[in-house]
Every structure is written in structure tokens, then in C-alpha cells.
Design a protein around this ligand. Structure first.
Ligand code: PGA
Length: 238
């Protein structure tokens, strides 16, 4: 068990809440969340409207975006640019989540362009990869125009069969995959220390086993992060 290790926790709220529900949640748990974030790094990723509303008001919470445009400013209807996120002081952004790939057809080229945009705006990408990480990382790393080695990046390993299903692979299997992902990163960027997180059915029931995995720096939490008591249990489990 990594008892003293300081993990970080990325709460991906997806589209679980309406704007008003998000604001109410944050108001209801304002004090308790304040206590939790004092000791732990929690990156809260609500929808864009909530981000814009709260970023300027709540100085204690670290916010992240769930995606961003792969383009800069210009004629790109409906897009939210990395520049806008940067203006709000957002310092993290999820890229290439499997739901975006499957439902909104985000390609690996787009993910690479998004990472470039984020780097240019001093935002740390949280790049999601699946069990096909070799193809994904190879494609993205070799299509990057900007040098990765000068920037921080978080890689989130999310097995597709674990997202929203309650199924989590064994800690041995996750550790082996993380090790292979790390080797793949080192092949491209020997100097860079990427952070590694796991995502997919992280909950108060699965966290005990997950926290034993040495290579892990943190967790990407979907559904369970929308329930404050669940989130608290995940964060506080030692
Ligand atoms: P889940 O989602 O925790 O609800 O499985 C994780 C994710 O999709 O990032």
C-alpha cells in the first residue's frame, strides 16, 4: 500500500449535471470540498458554462476542461479555444477521451493538434489512452509539431471496458500496462517524466486495490466523482 503517497484526483463530471445542478453541488459542498482540497490535489472538470462561472469566483479549487478546440481563434462554430481556457486560468484539459472518440469522432490527429494548442497556452493536457495505447501514443507523438519535452503531460490509461461498467482489471494487469506505456513514452521522450493516472470505474469499492499500484500518480474519476461522499472516500482512503 502506498500509504503516504500524494495521489491527485481528476473529477470528470462529463454531462452528468445541468449548469444549475453543478453550481448547487459546489455550493452544497463548498466547505467540505475546501477541507479536502487543502490536503489533496483535486482537479474538477465540470462543463464549460460552470467553468466560466466558477473559475473567477472560486480560488481554492483547481479546474480542468473536458476538451477544447483543435483550432485557435477564428471561424470555428461551437468550439471553445485553448486561449479562452487559458484566459480563465484553467491549467488542465482532458484530451481524446474515449467518449469523444466514439461519439464525436475525435481523431488522433485532432488530439495531437489539441495538445499543441494546450501547450502553447500553458495548459497541461490529460491525454486519455486505451489498451490500444501503442497506436495512439505513436500517432500522437510522431505528429506533434511542438516539442513535448519542454512541457508537462498527464497520460490517463482508461481501458474502454472499464468506463462506466464497474469492471476494473486486476492491479497486476494495470501495473503491467502502465509499465509498457511508460516504456513507450521513454522511447520518444527519454528525458520527460510524464505523470500516469488510471481511469475507469474508480469508486470507493475499487480504490483500495488501485492505490497499491506503484506507477500510479493519480486517478481519473467519472460517475463516482459526482457523488461528494464517494469522492471523499476515494480521496481519503489510505
Ligand atoms: P467512470 O468514467 O469513472 O464513470 O467509469 C471514467 C472516465 O470516463 O473518465
Amino acid at each position: 500500500m502506498n500509504r503516504d503517497k500524494k495521489f491527485f484526483y481528476i473529477a470528470n463530471w462529463k454531462s452528468y449535471f445541468t449548469y444549475h445542478q453543478s453550481l448547487a453541488w459546489l455550493q452544497d459542498y463548498d466547505d467540505e470540498l475546501g477541507v479536502l482540497t487543502k490536503e489533496n490535489t483535486i482537479i474538477l472538470c465540470p462543463d464549460f458554462l460552470t467553468l466560466a462561472e466558477l473559475r473567477s469566483k472560486n480560488a481554492t479549487i483547481t479546474f480542468g476542461a473536458q476538451t477544447c478546440s483543435s483550432y485557435g481563434l477564428g471561424a470555428y462554430t461551437g468550439e471553445i479555444s485553448a486561449q479562452s481556457l487559458s484566459e480563465l486560468g484553467i491549467i488542465y484539459c482532458i484530451v481524446g477521451h474515449s467518449e469523444r472518440r466514439r461519439l464525436f469522432y475525435e481523431t488522433l490527429d485532432e488530439s495531437a493538434r489539441k495538445i499543441g494548442m494546450l501547450f502553447r497556452n500553458a495548459i497541461t493536457p490529460i491525454l486519455c489512452v486505451s489498451d490500444d495505447y501503442k497506436t495512439e501514443l505513436n500517432h500522437i507523438f510522431s505528429n506533434m509539431i511542438i516539442d513535448f519535452s519542454a512541457h508537462q503531460c498527464i497520460i490517463a490509461y482508461e481501458p474502454i471496458s472499464s468506463i462506466g461498467t464497474g469492471f476494473v482489471p486486476s492491479s497486476e494487469k494495470i501495473a503491467t500496462t502502465l509499465d509498457l506505456i511508460k516504456q513507450e513514452i521513454i522511447r520518444f521522450f527519454p528525458e520527460n517524466s510524464f505523470l500516469l493516472v488510471y481511469g475507469g470505474s474508480v469508486s470507493s469499492l475499487t480504490i483500495q486495490e488501485l492505490k497499491t499500484i506503484k506507477l500510479l500518480d493519480g486517478f481519473l474519476i467519472g460517475k463516482a466523482s459526482t457523488d461528494f461522499q464517494e469522492l471523499k472516500k476515494i480521496v481519503e482512503y489510505k
